[in-house]
Ligand binder design. Structure first.
Ligand code: ADP
Ligand code: ZN
Length: 210
């Protein structure tokens, strides 16, 4: 079973992926995480990626598709994957369609206010990448590994948040149309007061029926 999580930055795709991994044993794949891994290693590719990612610009399709395809060919992905942050363009969706059978696309709908509120309070663990929110987590210590280096991503600054959001809106309509025409689209409307668990409650049954 292969699932796509779709939604603007800060809609809670990462948290949703965490629940799905736990309940269904799927392998989580986030293009943002794959890019940050390369950037951390400061490989030539990593340096190129950094120039985009650190300022909230999207990585070109060609590079993004290649990195994603390499990852989904790994043997562990035979268990089924959850894609978080891919595809973000119609080109990416079409390339994916040729390689992997997608069972379901979960699109989480959020307002701009939610995106700004959530990303502004988002802190990541330098050691294990776990996401924390000032809304319900303490940020002095990682809740997963106990690491004490929690940081705000450069691209979570207000000006870059807006840029990512605009990019998202520009591209997402045709991606949703693509999957709607294949009858694979499941839309979940999120509210500011919802916790990740509230939102997950709306998707769990649908995934369990696949
Ligand atoms: P967010 O969902 O908050 O934007 P991610 O961790 O998913 O964060 O992605 C971080 C950055 O990586 C994006 O701002 C963009 O620069 C790049 N990125 C991730 N996925 C893609 C993609 N599918 N296509 C192009 N760029 C991407
Ligand atoms: Zn950690």
């Amino acid at each position: 079973m292969n699932i796509i999580l779709n939604g603007a930055s800060g809609c809670g795709k990462g948290s949703m992926a965490g629940f799905l991994v736990k309940d269904f044993g799927l392998v989580p794949i986030s293009t943002g995480d794959l890019f940050r891994e390369q950037i951390a290693k400061q490989t030539p590719l990593g340096k190129k990626l950094e120039s985009y990612v650190s300022t909230g610009k999207w990585v070109p399709d060609e590079v993004t598709i290649e990195i994603l395809m390499d990852r989904i060919k790994q043997p562990d992905c035979a268990k089924g994957v959850i894609l978080d942050g891919f595809p973000r363009t119609l080109n990416q969706a079409i390339a994916l369609d040729k390689t992997l059978n997608i069972d379901l696309v979960i699109a989480i709908e959020v307002t701009d206010d939610i995106v700004h509120a959530r990303l502004g309070g988002r802190y990541m663990c330098r050691n294990c990448g776990t996401i924390h929110s000032t809304r319900w987590d303490k940020i002095d210590k990682c809740k997963k590994c106990g690491g004490t280096d929690l940081y705000q991503r450069d691209d979570d600054k207000a000006e870059f948040i807006q840029k990512r959001l605009e990019n998202f809106k520009l591209n997402n309509g045709e991606i949703l149309d693509f999957y709607r025409s294949q009858n694979k689209l499941f839309i979940v409307k999120d509210k500011l007061e919802n916790t990740p668990a509230d939102t997950y409650a709306l998707v769990k049954d649908t995934v369990a029926k696949l």
